[in-house]
Unconditional design. Structure first.
Lengths: 443, 486
């Protein structure tokens, strides 16, 4: 039984005594009890997350300098932007839109009474329990029925602290019937210290609603992020998720999708590029309960140096979910002899009229393609880069916001060259200059 | 031989055959009391006149077993097993102890009924090239063709005989592939194993005939815990087959066997199983719990080990024949067809552990589920750091017949070097309406069309079986799927 360190348990204790809505206090007590009784349950996370859990983090970072002046530099891209500073205060960047409701979850306990915590099982995973017990704030987004959001909505979590800190951010998103939303979520750090960010987002997608959900991970090499997303879809809803893991000491993406209604569709795409000693876990669980649903998972990873990746994909098709189409692909390229890739593509099927498939591969770049390109005067290093780019392009091409697609593609290119991979205005330490030249020489 | 029969005959044969091996042989048996403790183990060991070291081995395994917990990670549900309510040793009593070759006629007729003639004379008339070791409950009753094989230096005998006559070989290789504390059921087997087959193929010898072990559970309330050890020395080659049946009973009986295969440099072993333990009745009552540990080690370079299995029987199956590819360039193969019907549950698959350089493995698994059954493939492919340039290809397909059954796939892929390639593919679907329609258009009944399609689907694996087994397996598939349409 793994027990989390004392300063975390102390903080959890403290949180339950604070003045707050009854709902949150009850949920916190339940979660704290679960942690006490079961210890910290590791569901899919690799042991390295233990390393981060043992680290001493400050948990109660009040210092919320709201004037951090966040500015996204994407060209031709002007989304609605909301910032959450240190998981506490929401800063509205002017362009607010009356069509949707954006609130701090701490203030809307009465609205989320039914929904809060209804999708995640706190006994299943220590990170869920920890988040429920210790969250300090987060976004509550409500898109009313029949509302089509033309502009994308960007939610930025900014972390700024003068010591190593842990943040538990809790989001809850509701898409009303027949509504549409493009949501971009990123975490940004404005400090030299290490962070552990434990995000938990519950998303309810009502009938006929459409959601595109982008999540970009690009944090420093000594920081860790656990990002758990729960999605419940009603009939005829369509959800596309894009999980781009470019840099982090430890990353864990847990995505649980329940296709509750009939004719719902869900698409989960992801890329993970790990190097140095980084570890990236991805856990995708798609549960088919309604009939005639479609699900697709495409994950691609490039593992360099002594990095490690783990992909766990699960498709569960329940008894009455006839005419289900589900597919799942995980492809990995290992670049060095120290890199490791693990894949567990699971299928659990209880209905018979289904088309389900999964595939997983671990390998290297195609020798013949490399040879062919070299024959035509392309240097080995360049040919390699081209092929690596082409490898992840399958996922990047699915991105349907053009400026983001360009930016991600650009970042991936830079990342594969060992260059700085963050937005241009970022001040992260991860931009280790020593690696920049690794692939850059031959360009 | 089956070609001569008309199609009608085959169809009626299939239609009437449910589980034709469900009879009980009325024979006096020498049993130990129910339950499990150190005294029982000592008693089994004494009955078999075993040397001290083997008794020690058993007791150590038993002590380890006491500290272990029954695994429940498999996708199988069953009533808890009461390990004190099992008879761990049952041997048919020999009427007047004469010499070993004289087998009780009752037993002979049992095995004849099962299609396993133990009379060498008869076999010669049939000119079939298979040597059998017949295991009845806890003991081996007869091993055929021992003399013929002896001329090649091949040792093929029951495990107990091997312990008496070739103790050094047994001691050298026993538990080198499956350590006693490998898992719960392996520990149990190591403590109480009763008999099984032992086979040693000396250097450079290619076994001229196929070797086969036939297991039969007869006595009620007993468990069967046999242990098979096959050693193919440098450059040797052997093809081995295993078959099994049990009487039709309402209670569940436990079968926890171990098969260990040691493949030395340049040697080749092909192990085929047609598993046809009693699967329980249509309501899921009775049947065998088949919790088996099978593992082979390709110790030397260029060794090759191939597992072929057709799983149609057992109420519950929990079985992962594995290959440890230790030698460079060694090859592991796993071909499996698993059929579950009614309330059967099977969790089966393989482990390919690549340790040597340039090792290759292939996994082809075809699952067919019908009725209310659950059929799972669970596998592990591991490429160690030193297993450079290794290659794995896995394909796991599932076919669903009916909307009450389940088909599951749980592969684990672990790559720890950058020059190996692992590929895994899996699909799950039901029989296509179009194929059925096409067959029916051409006057083939739906029942037969399904048989045809299922056979075609499993053909890739069935083709790997030895001739006699393949014919039997095809019939078994048809019987197992009996009544799934209509």
């Amino acid at each position: 039984m793994f027990e989390i360190n004392k300063n975390i348990t102390g903080f959890i204790e403290d949180m339950t005594y604070r003045e707050q809505p009854y709902l949150f206090r009850m949920k916190r007590m339940e979660a704290a009890n679960s942690l006490r009784q079961n210890g910290f349950v590791f569901q899919n996370q690799s042991p390295v997350s233990v390393k981060f859990l043992k680290k001493k983090f400050a948990l109660d970072v009040e210092n919320a300098n709201t004037d951090i002046g966040f500015n996204c530099t994407l060209e031709n891209f002007s989304p609605l932007v909301y910032c959450l500073v240190n998981g506490r205060n929401i800063v509205d960047y002017g362009k607010s839109d009356n069509k949707i409701i954006v609130e701090n979850i701490m203030n809307v306990a009465d609205k989320v009474n039914e929904l809060f915590g209804s999708l995640c099982d706190i006994d299943e995973n220590g990170f869920y329990a920890l988040n429920t017990a210790a969250f300090t704030g987060g976004f509550y987004i409500e898109v009313p029925d029949d509302t089509v959001m033309e502009l994308p909505l960007q939610l930025v979590s900014v972390f700024n602290s003068d010591c190593d800190s842990m943040f538990n951010v809790r989001n809850l998103i509701v898409l009303g019937k027949n509504s549409q939303l493009k949501l971009i979520q990123c975490d940004d750090t404005f400090s030299d210290h290490d962070f552990f960010v434990n995000n938990l987002t519950e998303i309810f997608v009502r009938e006929d609603a459409h959601l595109d959900y982008y999540k970009l991970h690009n944090i420093s090499n000594d920081s860790a992020a656990v990002n758990s997303v729960f999605i419940e879809q009603e009939s005829h809803s369509v959800v596309k998720t894009f999980n781009m893991e470019l840099n982090a000491g430890y990353l864990s993406g847990n995505q649980n999708v329940v296709l509750g209604g009939d004719f719902a569709e869900t698409y989960a795409y992801g890329i993970y590029l790990a190097d140095r000693e980084q570890e990236m876990d991805n856990y995708v669980n798609v549960e088919h309960i309604g009939t005639d649903c479609v699900s697709q998972q495409i994950f691609k990873g490039i593992i360099d140096d002594s990095a490690r990746s783990m992909f766990t994909g699960k498709i569960i098709v329940h008894r009455d979910s006839q005419r289900t189409e589900a597919s799942q692909v995980d492809k990995n390229i290992l670049l060095t002899s120290k890199a490791k890739a693990y894949a567990k593509p699971y299928l659990e099927i209880y209905a018979d009229d289904v088309k389900c498939s999964h595939g997983a591969t671990v390998g290297q770049l195609d020798e013949e393609a490399l040879f062919y390109m070299q024959q035509r005067g392309i240097s080995y290093e360049n040919a390699r880069k081209l092929l690596l780019n082409a490898f992840v392009a399958e996922v990047i091409d699915k991105i349907n916001i053009e400026p983001i697609k360009m930016r991600v593609s650009d970042m991936v290119k830079k990342r594969l060259m060992g260059e700085l991979t963050v937005c241009d205005n970022c001040v992260l330490r991860c931009s280790n200059a020593k690696r920049q030249t690794k692939y850059f020489d031959n360009i | 031989m089956n070609n001569e029969k008309s199609d009608n005959q085959i169809v009626s044969e299939i239609a009437n055959a449910e589980y034709k091996y469900g009879f009980v042989t009325d024979i006096e048996a020498d049993v130990v009391p129910k339950g499990l403790n150190e005294d029982i183990i000592r008693m089994i060991s004494a009955k078999k006149e075993e040397p001290e070291w083997l008794l020690e081995f058993r007791l150590n395994a038993y002590r380890k077993w006491l500290t272990m917990k029954e695994p429940h990670w498999g996708h199988v549900d069953y009533e808890p097993i009461d390990y004190q309510d099992i008879i761990y040793y049952s041997a048919p009593k020999k009427k007047k102890q004469t010499n070993f070759d004289e087998v009780d006629p009752e037993l002979l007729s049992t095995f004849n009924k099962l299609g396993i003639p133990l009379d060498e004379q008869k076999r010669l008339v049939n000119s079939s090239d298979v040597a059998y070791d017949a295991v009845f409950d806890s003991v081996s009753v007869k091993t055929t063709f021992q003399d013929t094989l002896g001329k090649y230096g091949i040792i093929f005998c029951s495990f107990s005989e091997a312990v008496k006559n070739h103790p050094d070989l047994v001691r050298q290789y026993l538990s080198t592939a499956v350590p006693p504390d490998d898992n719960f059921f392996a520990a149990l087997n190591s403590a109480v194993f009763s008999d099984g087959s032992f086979c040693y193929i000396p250097k450079g010898v290619t076994c001229p005939i196929e070797l086969s072990t036939y297991f039969r559970i007869n006595a009620a309330q007993t468990g069967q815990f046999e242990r098979t050890l096959i050693i193919a020395d440098v450059g040797a080659s052997v093809r081995y087959m295993e078959g099994c049946t049990a009487p039709q009973r309402d209670e569940n009986q436990l079968h926890a066997a171990i098969v260990e295969i040691i493949v030395m440099k340049d040697a080749e072993v092909k192990y085929s199983t047609v598993q046809n333990w009693y699967p329980g009745d249509k309501e899921g009552k009775g049947g065998i719990y088949n919790f088996v540990t099978k593992r082979g080690v390709c110790k030397g370079d260029n060794a090759k080990l191939s597992w072929v299995q057709v799983e149609t029987g057992s109420a519950r199956t929990w079985k992962y024949p594995s290959c440890i590819l230790q030698g460079d360039n060694s090859v592991g193969e796993f071909y499996s067809v698993a059929v579950t019907n009614n309330y059967q549950q099977a969790d089966t698959g393989t482990k390919m552990i690549h340790i040597g350089k340039n090792t290759k493995s292939t996994i082809i698994s075809k699952g067919i589920s019908a009725g209310y059954s659950d059929n799972s493939y669970r596998g592990r492919v591991f490429m160690a750091k030193g297993a450079t340039n290794s290659r794995n290809y896995s394909q796991c397909d599932s076919l669903l017949l009916g909307d009450k059954c389940g088909a599951h796939t749980y592969p684990n892929i672990q790559a720890e070097n950058d020059s190996s390639v692992i590929e895994h593919e899996a699909t799950t679907s039901r029989i296509s309406e179009e194929q059925l329609f096409y067959c029916q258009q051409r006057g083939i009944s739906i029942e037969k069309a399904i048989g045809l399609i299922v056979n075609g689907y499993a053909n890739e694996v069935l083709n790997r079986l030895p001739m006699e087994f393949a014919v039997e397996a095809k019939k078994l598939l048809a019987v197992s799927l009996e009544g799934t349409v209509g």
